[in-house]
Design a protein around this ligand. Structure first.
Ligand SMILES: C[S@@+](CC[C@H](N)C(=O)[O-])C[C@H]1O[C@@H](n2cnc3c(N)ncnc32)[C@H](O)[C@@H]1O
Ligand code: SF4
Length: 321
């Protein structure tokens, strides 16, 4: 396929397939492996920021026109922003949109149950199968999180529920028992490769479960986008780690222009062109990033379980009888 053909194929969306929304930049935990809130966090995650009702309402107005899905919990603990979380997820669900949440599960309280039980998907990040290992990798109360999961699951109304596990030396011995246990209880079990960030420049050091050889165009800037608490639209998750730097490409702000205009705007399109053309002068932050490899997917069935994997993630789903 020529570069021009590739561009036509990649550019067919005039609105993102999904929008990742950062309700704020705070987390109640400080997991050692976490690049945002661990022992050394980039400066953006060290000053408090929270999405305003104005930004929330703009998203609630615009996303339903395109039937686009919303994702929460990529970079912060979304349940720490309870009022904003309830406001936006309830409004989007009422308008028929898919809403996904990733949470550490520690802040599930009774007044959140109704909202959580009406989501479309919910992942709880566990990373352990024992009290001791959970304490080491997440520093919190394992039994409380498991009890929270049980409570919320009882009232699920069609929520697809997953638990996740970042595979790392501290918990590797529990990975198989974690899979065996949760594959019978959850809809999905997600295993992540540990992304290790170089603390000097925040480049990803060792991201892969298995590394593909040939570089392909990263699909992320063609499929999804990221809205920060102040309304800024960021190109991808790697750039969020670099928000203390001048070079971070912010594509616009939804308080000034619609997300549709930003997504189709000159700056976004020029950046996508640069990615396809491998013009690393313009797409400078993408040159070193290895996460393009996550755009490779493969699926196979294993003992009644569907296994989908790319170099950073493995997803197990029970096949219905
Ligand atoms: C940054 S967290 C934010 C949401 C929420 N606080 C949580 O922990 O689920 C989003 C996801 O990133 C994963 N994550 C955090 N640090 C990671 C790392 N170094 N490598 C791979 N995944 C990581 C978490 O396990 C979680 O599933
Ligand atoms: S709970 Fe999530 S956001 Fe918070 S420190 Fe752990 S991985 Fe990071």
């Amino acid at each position: 396929m020529s570069r021009e053909q590739a561009k036509r194929v990649l550019y067919h969306r005039d609105f993102p397939l999904s929008v990742n929304i950062l309700l704020g930049n705070f987390c109640n935990l400080s997991c050692p492996a976490c690049p945002y809130h661990g022992s050394y966090a980039p400066s953006y995650f060290r000053q408090f920021d929270k999405m305003s009702d104005e930004v929330i309402d703009r998203l609630v107005d615009e996303l339903p026109h395109y039937q686009t899905n919303a994702k929460f919990g990529g970079f912060e603990e979304p349940l720490a922003f309870k009022a904003g979380f309830k406001r936006i997820t309830t409004a989007l669900r009422d308008k028929g949109l898919g809403v996904h949440v990733t949470t550490n599960g520690t802040l599930i309280t009774d007044d959140l149950l109704h909202t959580l039980q009406n989501l479309s998907t919910m992942y709880v990040s566990l990373d352990a199968h024992s009290i001791a290992t959970y304490k080491t990798v997440r520093g919190a109360d394992f039994n409380k999180v498991v009890a929270n999961i049980e409570k919320v699951r009882q009232g699920f109304k069609g929520v697809k529920f997953g638990v996740s596990f970042i595979r790392q030396p501290k918990n590797e011995h529990e990975m198989q028992v974690f899979k065996d246990h949760w594959i019978t209880k959850a809809d999905m079990v997600i295993i992540y490769a540990l992304l290790e960030f170089n603390k000097h420049d925040y480049k990803i050091d060792r991201p892969f479960l298995a590394s593909p050889k040939e570089r392909i165009v990263c699909s992320s800037p063609f499929l999804e986008t990221y809205v920060l608490p102040n309304g800024d639209v960021s190109l991808c998750c790697e750039t969020l780690l670099l928000t203390d730097r001048d070079s971070v490409p912010i594509m616009g702000n939804i308080k000034e222009r619609s997300l549709h205009e930003i997504w189709n705007g000159e700056q976004y399109r020029a950046y996508r062109d640069a990615l396809v053309d491998e013009n690393w002068k313009i797409a400078a932050i993408c040159q070193q990033c290895p996460l393009w490899a996550a755009s490779y997917y493969e699926t196979h069935n294993e003992n009644g379980v569907k296994v989908t994997h790319n170099p950073t993630t493995e997803v197990l789903e029970r096949i219905a009888n």
